[in-house]
Design a protein around this ligand. Structure first.
Ligand SMILES: [Fe+2]
Ligand SMILES: [Fe+2]
Length: 132
């Protein structure tokens, strides 16, 4: 079941960034499906770990583009990235410790964060990269 749709308006016209966003959405959908299916904590832990590492990789990619092109909004954009990484790390730690059960609230948080960040902040970055 598609929980987050990588809809047309979230495509930014930058091949690398769009492909990574599509993979991020796939991972969030995987997590959602595993949660709904009641799959094991180990399986959820694997997907959460992948989500964390892929998020870190994706953000590093965008930050490299920003650094290469002297993007003026880099500090603010990177602060948002750091904030999400911290939150995903916290989710993962709590999940590992057994003090967090993945819920629709967690999934909605991830979905809304990504949709908001992509449609506002990543869009500005994509426009900057395209204008160069
Ligand atoms: Fe970003
Ligand atoms: Fe992004």
């Amino acid at each position: 079941m598609t929980f987050v749709q990588f809809s047309e308006e979230l495509h930014l016209g930058h091949a690398v960034i769009d492909a990574q966003h599509a993979s991020l959405f796939d991972t969030v959908n995987q997590l959602h499906d595993d949660m709904l299916a009641g799959n094991s904590r180990q399986q959820l832990a694997r997907v959460l770990a992948f989500l964390r590492s892929y998020t870190v990789e994706h953000f590093a990619t965008e930050e490299a583009f920003m650094a290469e092109t002297g993007y003026p909004g880099m500090a603010l954009h990177k602060a948002q990235h750091d904030d999400l990484v911290r939150q995903v790390q916290e989710l993962e730690e709590k999940h590992t410790a057994g003090s967090l059960t993945l819920s629709i609230t967690v999934m909605v948080f991830l979905r809304d964060w990504l949709a908001q960040h992509i449609s506002v902040d990543d869009r500005k970055l994509a426009q900057h990269l395209e204008a160069r």
